[in-house]
Ligand binder design. Sequence first.
Ligand code: ADP
Length: 275
Amino acid sequence: MIQIKGVTSFYTGLDDKKIRAVDNLSLQIQQGEHLSIIGPNGSGKSTLAKLLNALLVPDEGEIIVDGMCTGDENNLWDIRQRVGMVFQNPDNQIVATSVEEDVAFGPENLGVPPQEILKRVDESLDLVGMGKFKNRAPHTLSGGQKQRVAIAGVIAMLPEYLVLDEPTTMLDPQGRDEVLATVDFLKKKGKSIIYITHFMEEIIPSDRVVVMDEGRIILEGTPREIFENSSLLKEVNLDVPPIAALADALRREGLPIGRPLQVKEMVSELWPLLS
Ligand code: ADP
């Protein structure tokens, strides 16, 4: 479990002014959970992600990862191994000249024995559907494929928690679908997923969602519960996905429609009304 207890994190701006990026935030993340964190630009999502794996340490409050405080330097390596991070730009995460070497880089740094590394590389690449590309040069891959290699590199370190910080933002629609399918697959395999995004549709598959604004949590619930608060979402410049918005509009016209989030659910709602 990750326990975030009253955490505040500041940056110092150009004029020495303090920017409160995360503001007295408390949250618990269970092992095996798929949690999405959504919020407008500048709401503190990335800062929170960096706090989770001790790239940043709270200025106030504390974060405990499976019993270890991120503020204690002795825990640094354990925490970084336990909380794997995938960032927005796949190009910044690729370090080697072949896919295989790239995925091996993390476990090598952890001092994993060579035979075990070979096994982990194969297993991780299979998990993200990139087994066939083992000997390829990363620069010949598409954005979505590179991002899947980056995910494999993190998985190869056997993290308990996988934090993905806007992993689809720089990808084309196909790359986005590939990464989302990979996340879904990893979730089914029992990995804990902490998924940061500003794309509303991407929160639909998660178990729980927190909405952030100005460093604080302003809303928490299942995806369906989140979309029921469309006016609050609009206030912070987040849009409900088209299907939820259409259902809202039809409900306002008096049609007895529930809270569908996906096309299939919308068809099930509409079909009885049309036949
Ligand atoms: P998000 O990921 O939701 O876009 P961030 O965590 O990146 O939000 O940023 C939260 C706030 O902290 C914003 O006001 C942003 O401008 C500020 N900030 C982020 N990184 C830095 C930095 N390195 N130096 C100064 N201010 C920063």
